[in-house]
Design a protein around this ligand. Structure first.
Ligand code: 13P
Length: 251
């Protein structure tokens, strides 16, 4: 059975003290309860080691929001996958639409990042999703297919099995305009078909595919009820422990 996962993506929010306090709150809320899903928080690089020190890693996974496409060396300002792993983090979000859109991350760059993440035993949460124009002109299946093929399809089946996918339609991110549960299910089922064609049914069935984009406590249960929606990647609603836990408890 594939894993159900709710992951928070804090993006560029909270200073170190605020971030540690938020992580402590989430950690506290998970004490003595066993959610029906894995719970992960992806936090700014500066927060990783400090957050790792205050959470129970058996109950709350920790991830970075990005990593470099190079191993090490003269790349001022970059943070490598091995540096991320050395903080205790075990996940890394890669290919977020904000990285693609604002920082020019191409499939070729993302392929490098995925490889380095896997070499360092980090679980990539790999994001894909179309922009509004692509939704409206009907090319969204092709767009998502190409994003997956270009960055991931040179992986062996064994390595592909370590990837978590997150479908995040760009028009739904931070807009309050959530994809309907049927729109999410339609895309997730399509993605699973592509995976089955490439890697076989077993790998496709084992791959967790999360939905992201204005997911909130009020709409999470309906989205998560869909057979191919295995959880959520949560932006805004992950910045408050209460709303984040509201989504965790939607499972
Ligand atoms: P929102 O939940 O704020 O729409 O963000 C979604 C997202 O981009 C998670 O990675």
């Amino acid at each position: 059975m594939r894993k159900k996962i709710v992951a928070g993506n804090w993006k560029m929010n909270t200073n170190l003290q605020e971030g540690v306090a938020l992580a402590e709150k989430v950690n506290e809320a998970l004490k003595g309860v066993t959610p029906n899903c894995d719970v992960v928080i992806a936090v700014p690089f500066t927060h990783l080691a400090s957050v790792n020190a205050v959470i129970d890693s058996a109950k709350l996974g920790l991830g970075a929001e990005n990593c470099a496409d190079k191993k090490s060396g003269a790349y001022t300002g970059e943070v490598s996958a091995s540096m991320v792993a050395s903080t205790g983090a075990t996940y890394v979000i890669l290919g977020h639409s904000e990285r693609r859109q604002y920082y020019g991350e191409t499939s070729a760059i993302l392929k490098e990042k995925v490889g380095l993440a896997l070499e360092n035993n980090l679980t990539p949460i790999f994001c894909i999703g179309e922009v509004l124009e692509e939704r409206e002109n009907g090319t969204y299946f092709d767009v998502v297919k190409a994003q997956i093929e270009e960055a991931l399809f040179e992986l062996s089946a064994e390595d592909f099995g370590k990837i978590i996918l997150a479908y995040e339609p760009v028009w739904a991110i931070g807009t309050g305009k959530t994809a309907t549960d049927d729109q999410a299910e339609e895309m997730h089922a399509f993605i699973r078909e592509i995976l089955a064609a490439k890697y076989g049914e077993a790998v496709a069935e084992e791959t967790s595919i999360l939905y992201g984009g204005s997911c909130k406590p009020s709409n999470a249960a309906q989205l998560f009820a869909k057979p191919n929606v295995d959880g959520g990647l949560i932006g805004g609603a992950s910045l408050e422990a209460e709303s984040f836990m509201g989504i965790v408890n939607a499972f």
